[in-house]
Design a protein around this ligand. Structure first.
Ligand SMILES: NC(=O)c1ccc[n+]([C@@H]2O[C@H](COP(=O)([O-])OP(=O)(O)OC[C@H]3O[C@@H](n4cnc5c(N)ncnc54)[C@H](OP(=O)(O)O)[C@@H]3O)[C@@H](O)[C@H]2O)c1
Length: 223
């Protein structure tokens, strides 16, 4: 039985991770801005009012956890908006910076806030995206999302190096193209299938895989 903290747990992939991990007996701590009826039904511990764009909320989260030790931290929360070349003006620039804040800086601030709670042998899983892969970018566009997820990947490798001395493994994981609010419910897989794959990666990948980039289906992805 593991203590697992998951951000963005009120819906989508985060909610499904909470559902499956709770069902198998892990002690799940769901971190959200605002809970949802679906999350409340799971009966796990819910810590609400945590906006990942606000460092003070992360500091409060660390205090609220008290002496709670964590075996897994899943940095799942993220945002997506599209920007089109030629129209990258004031509002679009704000959207790009917001994506940097949540998608790239968010996992770093979360790791910084929770480092002392994570035991040796624990794992930090960062939900990134294949859209952050420079090698895999054949269609262009999505400036803010692609740049922020590429930056999240870079941050994941730095975290792997920095947290090695604490015995913490850092996994950089793509969940697949998943039918959630983020994709307008288009995609190739449902959230339950994605969550099953992500959990399998976390169960099987150890310190030797720290700082590597994997698809939920097990494929190693190019940077
Ligand atoms: N769906 C896909 O196909 C896909 C593909 C590749 C990668 N991903 C990544 O997988 C992760 C989960 O995606 P999803 O599809 O489940 O997305 P989703 O359904 O849109 O859910 C996003 C989650 O992030 C939370 N969040 C957003 N901004 C936040 C903030 N400032 N502070 C705290 N929480 C915040 C949301 O909470 P609120 O309800 O409070 O907004 C929500 O719980 C994301 O990192 C995403 O980039 C998804």
């Amino acid at each position: 039985m593991k203590n697992v903290l998951i951000t963005g747990a009120n819906r989508g992939i985060g909610l499904e991770l909470c559902r499956q991990l709770s069902a198998r007996g892990d002690r799940v701590i769901a971190v959200v801005r605002k809970s949802s009826p679906e999350l409340e039904k799971l009966g796990c511990r819910v810590l609400s009012g945590c906006d990942l764009a606000r460092p003070e909320d992360l500091a409060k989260l660390a205090i609220d956890l008290g002496t709670q030790k964590l075996h897994r931290v899943i940095s799942n929360a993220g945002i997506l908006s599209n920007q089109v070349l030629g129209k990258i003006d004031g509002p679009a620039i704000e959207q790009i910076l917001d994506q940097f804040k949540i998608n790239a800086l968010g996992p770093v601030l979360l790791a910084q806030a929770l480092r002392a709670h994570m035991v040796r042998g624990s794992c930090l899983a960062i939900l990134t995206s294949r859209m952050g892969s420079i090698a895999d970018n054949t269609s262009g566009g999505s400036y803010g999302y692609r740049m922020s997820k590429a930056a999240a990947n870079a941050a994941g490798v730095s975290l792997a190096r920095d947290l090695e001395k604490d015995g913490i493994t850092v996994l950089i994981l793509h969940p697949g193209y998943v039918r959630t609010d983020m994709t307008g419910h288009s995609g190739l897989v449902e959230a339950d299938e994605s969550a099953r794959g992500l959990i399998a990666r976390m169960d099987t990948l150890g310190p030797e895989a720290s700082g590597s980039f994997h698809h939920a289906n097990g494929d190693v992805l190019p940077w």
